[in-house]
Ligand binder design. Structure first.
Ligand code: ZN
Length: 688
């Protein structure tokens, strides 16, 4: 097991202000997720600052709610007037609302982030620097049955044990009072929660945190040494090829079942630690005791869904999946009903973590990032359960304790800090020919609205460039490039498999990859004819078929959008091969609209005309060919096309992407089998 080490470097810390030292220290803590979870933990420093009138003020700098220590900056800390905050320790009771309201009156400057919900813990401890973290090894102690005795045996008088109390005023008061009364104390272990440490300097505080964790790690390692902590291996991990095969079959089923209330994205995890854990004899029993710490719970829920499987019969597994998810949701509903205080709305009852022996773990989330946060926290949970089980027995939060945190208004407030949900949140879109032109504009547009986009293109490097650009703008895991020649059946099947393995399924498919050729019929070779039909007709068919297969398994509908052409509707002079292939796509769409209706799949066409900008189809002589057909010079084509339209406009890829977005989204929920033209108005192609 990897051990925690000190990352402090005096050269880097030299000359930093107290606030910058706090930033530096916080980032070091956040850099190791075995010390501090994403968004979890908080840090503080007490300094003297100058207020707006030039007066010196004792100040508490404390992490703002909702930021992550690993990437924290100065602006993420709130400065509070310590002389105003400290007297709160005299109170007997203080509600969360009173606490939040009170702290809002203590800001040193206006417009600061809301201080951490654990602010009072920092304020009441008299030391200049305080760290509060949720380290794996400490939570192992904190969730072991005899945790208090272990802490005493390991740390002696140096560390205090405080049994679980929900974060807030009472926990802060309890810890602050004990630390003030006992100057020998150097740290506090919070039962089923985490660690509090402090120091006279930023470095001393950080080293205290790291050293305390290291002691706990050694203590656990001694007891785990030579033992099969979770029992023997019951279901060995399947080999990678077989595993991927099974995952690609079951992920759409799982996704369909968890998306009943709202769309989610799945995140697969087949790491060694996870595969080892899920295959062990005691894994289910230990995992089903519940979450170790409030910090894990808000992302993983109290319980994972553990689906038993012997690693052999895939059909038997598939047959049970929906029922397993539905039972999980019923149990969640019962937990909610048993603990609800008033008329708070129930959160999505779908599992966040699904464990299957032999296969690994799937995390669910509103987007790929949130799903990966849940996945990462479950790695922490496995490490914690391992340590606690090595010590004696893992003890989780009780359902009542869990509910208190999950539905805690101050915890819910953090959710409101997230950007508002976009129209295609939780959806996955596959776009063929996504490396350029209409495909690229569509990928960008759908990603802007919150979709995760899978960019298929025969030009692998071009697809990668578009994916990277979208990731830069929209965030990690928002786009995936898959090299794919739509004429190749194997490649199309594999591309959909990649999409399923990356996100769990597919919601939107845009059939766009195309080529063009314009020659009089007498000059059209059979090779040319076949090439057009292979890309435009066979390609659209293969992609549509794989989309339908995924949608059938998911059972939550889907939207297929065919980029056709004005030429699908109006006769294209000297372009019979291209135009008839485009007409075939349009009729394929109508047929598939009929087939898809029963499973909620909509199929619609967008028919553009003369999109010159950024499109590859103009490279292979099409411009010259069209110009020749119209009897004009090639560089006069834009003007010719503009004048040809009713609105006297040119058509750009972004115009077409807008129409695709309409069909991709629920705004067109009741439209199927339709064609929307984006051609500036061409009377010959008016749909009738
Ligand atoms: Zn905490």
């Amino acid at each position: 097991m990897k051990r925690v080490i000190s990352l402090w470097q005096d050269e880097q810390a030299e000359g930093l202000s107290e606030l910058d030292l706090l930033v530096y220290r916080s980032r070091l803590l956040g850099a190791d997720r075995a010390v501090c979870n994403i968004y979890g933990g908080n840090t503080s420093a007490k300094t003297i600052e100058t207020d707006f009138r030039g007066r010196p003020v004792r100040t508490l700098w404390v992490k703002g709610s909702g930021s992550d220590l690993a990437t924290i900056e100065r602006k993420h800390f709130a400065a509070l007037r310590l002389d105003e905050v400290e007297p709160l320790i005299e109170r007997e009771v203080l509600s969360d609302e009173e606490m939040v309201d009170y702290l809002m009156h203590c800001y040193l400057h206006p417009n600061m982030p809301r201080p951490s919900i654990e602010t009072l813990l920092h304020a009441f401890i008299p030391a200049p620097h305080v760290d509060h973290t949720h380290p794996d090894a400490i939570i192992s102690l904190a969730t072991s049955e005899d945790g208090e005795q272990h802490v005493r045996r390991l740390f002696g008088e140096r560390v205090l044990w405080v049994p679980y109390i929900q974060p807030g005023f009472q926990l802060g008061k309890r810890v602050g009072t004990a630390v003030r009364a006992n100057p020998k104390l150097q740290a506090v272990v919070l039962g089923k929660h985490g660690l509090v440490t402090w120091g006279e300097t930023a470095k001393a505080c950080y080293e205290n945190t790291i050293h305390t964790i290291q002691q706990a790690e050694e203590y656990i390692a001694e007891r785990a040494s030579g033992r099969q902590v979770f029992g023997m291996v019951k279901t060995p991990a399947l080999d990678t090829t077989r595993r991927r095969q099974v995952w690609s079959e079951i992920l759409p089923l799982l996704r369909g079942a968890v998306c009943a209330r709202r769309r989610q994205v799945l995140c697969l995890d087949e790491s060694e630690a996870v595969l080892d854990f899920v295959g062990r004899e005691q894994a289910k029993e230990v995992a089903m005791r519940g979450a170790a710490c409030p910090d894990h719970l808000v992302h993983t829920k109290l319980y994972p869904l553990f689906i038993e499987w012997d690693g052999a019969d895939v059909n038997a597994l598939k047959a049970r999946l929906r029922e397993e998810i539905s039972h999980y949701q019923q149990r969640y509903q019962a937990y909610f009903e048993a603990h609800r205080k008033g008329n708070e709305p129930m959160m999505d009852p779908a599992p966040r973590i699904i464990l299957i022996p032999g296969l690994g773990l799937v995390a669910t989330g509103r987007d790929a990032f949130l799903a990966s946060v849940a996945r990462d926290l479950y790695h922490r949970a496995i490490a914690v359960m391992y340590g606690a089980t090595a010590l004696d027995r893992f003890v989780a939060l009780t359902p009542a304790e869990a509910f208190g945190v999950e539905y805690w208004p101050l915890e819910l407030y953090k959710l409101t800090l997230r950007p508002p949900e976009r129209e295609l949140a939780g959806r996955v879109a596959v776009i063929t020919g996504g490396a350029s032109g209409i495909g690229r504009a569509t990928a960008r547009r759908l990603a802007q609205e919150g979709a995760h986009v899978v960019i298929l293109d025969i030009d692998a490097a071009g697809a990668q460039t578009v994916a990277e650009e979208i990731i830069t703008q929209q965030g990690e895991q928002r786009a995936l490039a898959v090299p794919c020649d739509v004429r190749n059946e194997e490649q199309v099947i594999e591309a959909f498999r990649q999409a399923v393995l990356a996100y769990g399924g597919v919601d939107i498919v845009v059939n766009n990859a195309g080529i063009a050729l314009a020659t009089p019929i007498t000059e059209t070779t059979l090779t040319d004819w076949n090439r057009l039909y292979e890309v435009l007709v066979h390609g659209y068919f293969l992609v549509a078929r794989e989309a339908f297969r995924v949608w059938q398994a998911q059972g939550i509908g889907g939207s297929l959008i065919m980029i056709t052409s004005k030429n699908a509707l109006a006769a294209g002079k000297d372009a019979a091969a291209y135009s008839s292939a485009k007409a075939a796509e349009a009729h394929l769409a109508r047929c598939l609209a009929e087939e898809g209706g029963a499973i909620g799949v909509r199929v619609n066409c967008v028919a553009p005309d003369a999109v010159l900008q950024g499109s590859r189809i103009w490279e292979a002589g099409w411009r010259e060919e069209r110009a020749r057909a119209y009897g004009i010079p090639p560089d006069g084509l834009e003007e010719y096309y503009r004048q040809r339209t009713t609105l006297k406009v040119n058509i750009y890829p972004e115009d077409v992407a807008e129409a695709v977005l309409f069909f991709a989204s629920d705004r067109s929920a009741k439209t199927t089998g339709a064609t929307l033209t984006v051609d500036g108005g061409v009377p010959a192609a008016y749909v009738r």
